[in-house]
Write a protein that binds this ligand. Sequence first.
Ligand code: SME
Length: 162
Amino acid sequence: MQEVARQPGFDKPSHYRSLLKQLEAVLDGLEDEVALMASAACVIHRAIDYASWTGFYRVVSPDLLRIGPYQGPLGCLEIPFGKGVCGSAAARREALVVPDVHAFPGHIACDSEARSEIVVPVLRKSGELFAILDIDSHSPAAFDDDDRTGLEAVAALLQRQL
Ligand code: SME
């Protein structure tokens, strides 16, 4: 298991500002929700070099998430609200940063090498919960408040088109 190594001068907030600009350009005018999620998952995954899995769990009924477009190894198909990291974020409608997935009660291990995780709710313009954006890392404590802020801005960008 590798700690996240950073080049001297690596600036996460500025990295997320660039990611946001890139996403704005790529997603501009996209109205199809699958195309939106697929393109966002691809761009985000390639921008975050410590991500091992990047994707969306969609709200398909009042208490159920189902896998959406993603990048990385096979993800589990369905997660009830309240279960695992994604289901907890969906039930609470708030972002969660999990530095050690083994210490999170009920964590769902889709990839046995995953060590840390961040999940961010994505809302529709109406305010209804649309999906959970989930990013895993093979590095422990890969995500921090800068990731949360950056990915919440990504979620807000997506919301404008949902
Ligand atoms: N670990 C997640 C499940 C989804 S995978 O990480 C792709 C969870 O506990 O909700």
